[in-house]
Write a protein that binds this ligand. Structure first.
Ligand SMILES: [Zn+2]
Length: 273
């Protein structure tokens, strides 16, 4: 049985601040160790449930966070960027299930370090009238390959976001968000036990969890944090401006939708440099 793990850092127990998440942050190296151990917990759970092949995709920032020599040897690790599928690099139709570790709520919502892909750029992403963050969009990519996302770990509000998308998903709640940069955290050892249990439980009931999908065509609106960012995205001939700070585009296929989303976010981000 083949398992895919996408690992972010904001949802890891003990992580609450940009000092943990940014490459030059004083606490970043400690947060990377905690992230690696939460991924190891998910790998242990996957092995408990019978996984024989595990691919881990480092999905945060530089995409070079997980410490390779500390990762369990049963998994292979994708690190580095760029990656065509970004947080979902490595997924294809040969996987039986996916796990999302260390995830966070979407931009504009409560929850630890909430954002959608680029916290300097994106105010919100709407597809066919519904707002989605990384959890939702990445679940659509897994769904495109007919792979169910069977477990997510993060704060209690991320768990609610996950249940709204997929009622049968297992959620490993490793901290309670108080404010966006304040949380009551489980001890890392306890957080890791819960991730291991929930990962195994999710994998065992994977046939009860539908791969996530919505109907094509995909009408996407991206709202940026300020008009200058939308100006940069508006250079593309494939987008239309819908307000000073937002653009829209349409895609007939979810992979094209995802890649266009990544293009407009990175073009908008170029306005900051
Ligand atoms: Zn993220």
């Amino acid at each position: 049985m083949k398992l895919f793990i996408s690992a972010d850092i904001e949802g890891v127990s003990g992580v609450v601040h940009m000092e943990h998440t940014m490459r030059d942050g004083r606490e970043h190296d400690r947060a990377r160790m905690l992230m690696t151990e939460e991924v190891n917990a998910a790998i242990r759970g996957a092995l408990d449930a019978g996984a024989t092949e595990i691919v881990v995709n480092d999905s945060h920032g530089t995409m070079r966070n997980i410490i390779p020599e500390s990762l369990l040897p049963e998994a292979e690790l994708i690190i580095g960027s760029p990656k065509r599928l970004s947080m979902m690099q490595g997924i294809d139709e040969t996987f039986d299930a996916a796990l999302f570790v260390g995830y966070h709520t979407q931009a504009g919502e409560n929850g630890i370090l909430s954002h959608s892909y680029d916290s300097r750029v994106v105010k919100g992403i709407t597809i066919n009238g519904v707002k989605y963050g990384e959890l939702g969009v990445n679940s659509l990519i897994a769904g495109h390959f007919n792979v169910p996302v069977v477990m997510v770990s993060g704060c209690q509000l991320l768990a609610l976001e996950a249940k709204a998308l997929s009622p049968n998903i297992e959620t490993a709640i490793v901290k309670k968000s108080v404010f966006r940069t304040t949380a009551q955290n489980l001890h890392p050892a306890r957080a890791q036990e819960i991730i291991r249990e929930k990962a195994a439980a999710g994998i065992r009931k994977r046939s009860e969890i539908e791969p996530f999908a919505i109907k094509a065509p995909f009408h996407v609106e991206v709202e940026f944090l300020q008009p200058g960012l939308a100006d940069a995205a508006d250079i593309s001939p494939l987008v239309a401006r819908t307000s000073p700070s937002s653009i829209t585009f349409t895609a007939n296929e979810i992979m094209a939708c995802y890649q266009m989303l990544r293009v407009v976010i990175s073009m908008a981000g170029s306005a900051l440099s």
